[in-house]
Design a protein around this ligand. Structure first.
Ligand code: IMP
Ligand code: MG
Length: 176
């Protein structure tokens, strides 16, 4: 059995999401925002965040990208799902569950910039800055975390545990 250690409670997450949404709403006051969630991990955070924003949300879409199998370290990616909207001239908020090396978001940001949005900012639920191999820094971050593997609130370990309402550190069975 995988073991878990409590890390961030449901209540702490709710409060932080409200705070970040208020900051974003004030930064974009008088403007519209187009939100792009990074699948699959950001589906819950995106849903919570957009419902707390008071600024005009002109659209919500999702994008999915993954590393070529067996090639994670080189950062070669395959696009699995593209957005279906034209983002030119729009203020884009790219929403992610966690930033680790930063490769995924660097790649996504570069690709989206070729489509001439008015602006792109990054909002992440969690950030592990100690693991970064790129210069990527999120514009909005709920929780800065140490180099531990976490699950819940959309984050998975091998496809499971995304449905937990809180965030936990997982100690997999084969590593105990
Ligand atoms: P990056 O390209 O290295 O920044 O990878 C970010 C992706 O790695 C996230 O979208 C997650 O899918 C995954 N990831 C990194 N750390 C964790 C973790 O602690 N728990 C679950 N997924 C993680
Ligand atoms: Mg992910």
């Amino acid at each position: 059995m995988d073991r878990f250690e409590s890390f961030i409670s449901e209540e702490e997450i709710k409060q932080k999401v409200k705070q970040i949404a208020a900051k974003i709403s004030s930064d974009y006051e008088g403007e519209s925002l187009f939100v792009i969630g990074v699948l699959t991990g950001a589906f819950i955070f995106t849903a919570d965040l957009v419902r707390e924003l008071t600024v005009d949300v002109e659209g919500i879409d999702f994008i999915q990208i993954s590393s070529y199998q067996g090639d994670r370290s080189t950062g070669n990616f395959v696009f699995k799902k593209d957005i279906s909207s034209d983002i030119s001239g729009k203020n884009i908020l790219l929403v992610e569950d966690i930033i680790d090396t930063g490769r995924t978001l660097k790649k996504l940001k570069e690709m989206l910039l070729t489509r001439n949005p008015r602006s792109i900012k990054i909002c992440t639920a969690c950030d592990k800055p100690s693991r970064r191999v790129t210069e990527l820094v999120p514009d909005y971050n709920c929780f800065t975390i140490p180099d531990k593997f976490i699950v819940g609130y959309g984050l998975d370990y091998d496809g499971v545990y995304r449905d937990f309402k809180d965030i936990r550190i997982v100690r997999p069975e084969n590593e105990q």
